[in-house]
Design a protein around this ligand. Structure first.
Ligand code: MN
Length: 270
């Protein structure tokens, strides 16, 4: 438990919407750890990634004490929640529990993870939770994992600019926990071709078969082995080894000459 005498303040959000059983489970779990405030989208916003709504106003509705909905995205909920709804800076932000995994490349589409990215951008320790399996989801194990991780993060701060992406295997028990790196998860045959009643062709993205990589230390491999996957995600998307490689090999002066030769010593003022 945290050493602070005051109860920690925990902001709870998700991408599946306020009526998702996953956020109710996460809110219930977090009441064992601190004081919770829920700010969640009105409707399902899965796969909206880190979208911020700038084209229209956003409306807050209060469901009950400490529970608010917003007609926007998970990122909108974090921005408005932190900026307008919470009376103090939260000690922790949690997102989920998403029904279904957020592994490997799927992280970049995930609204669940993006809410935690937004929290991290504000300097708030942030954790995203996803549960592997099929409906109906049993959140009991995921709730215990969420409590343990929340207590750990509150007691032992995360590295700077780093959130945790947690994936929990299906079932009532897990074989253990492991710290992982983000794997690869590409999808084969994930575009379905359909026809509308007038015979017009449509495409529906979804389904298909995930193609896994075989890195033993990845989030994908951990879930395959029935382990809870804990991936530290860094906000700096720079490929630092790639940066050094490009600096060492690309001839930027030559590229600049092609773009604007007059600017590099061959100036002709006629
Ligand atoms: Mn979702």
């Amino acid at each position: 438990m945290p050493t602070s005498p005051a109860l920690p303040l925990i902001m709870v959000t998700n991408d599946d919407g306020i009526d998702s059983p996953g956020i109710l489970a996460l809110r219930d779990a977090m009441t064992a750890v601190g004081r919770t405030i829920v700010v969640a989208p009105e409707r399902d916003n899965s796969a909206v990634s880190h979208a911020l709504t700038m084209s229209r106003p956003l409306r807050i509705r209060r469901r009950n004490q400490d529970t608010y909905t917003l007609d926007g995205t998970p990122t909108d909920c974090v921005v408005i929640g932190l900026g307008k709804l919470l009376d103090a800076r939260p000690d922790l932000l949690v997102s989920g529990i998403n029904p279904g995994p957020n592994l490997g490349d799927d992280i970049s589409y995930s609204g669940t993870v993006s809410a935690a990215i937004e929290g991290t951008m504000y300097g708030i320790p942030s954790v995203a939770f996803s549960l592997v399996g099929e409906p109906p989801y049993d959140y009991a194990l995921a709730m215990r994992i969420a409590i343990t991780l929340a207590e750990t993060v509150l007691a032992d701060p995360l590295p700077d600019n780093t959130l945790l992406n947690i994936n929990i295997p299906a079932g009532k028990a897990c074989a253990g926990m492991v710290i992982t790196r983000q794997g690869r998860r590409l999808w084969e045959n994930s575009i379905q071709e359909t026809f509308d009643p007038w015979g017009r062709r449509h495409y529906w993205i979804g389904g298909g078969t995930p193609l896994r990589d075989h890195g033993e230390d990845t989030d994908v491999a951990a879930i395959h082995k029935g382990l809870v996957s804990i991936t530290p995600i860094h906000l700096d998307l720079t490929n630092h080894s790639g940066l050094h490689l490009l600096r060492g090999t690309w001839d930027l002066d030559r590229m600049q000459d092609k773009v604007a030769p007059a600017n590099r010593g061959h100036r002709d003022n006629t």
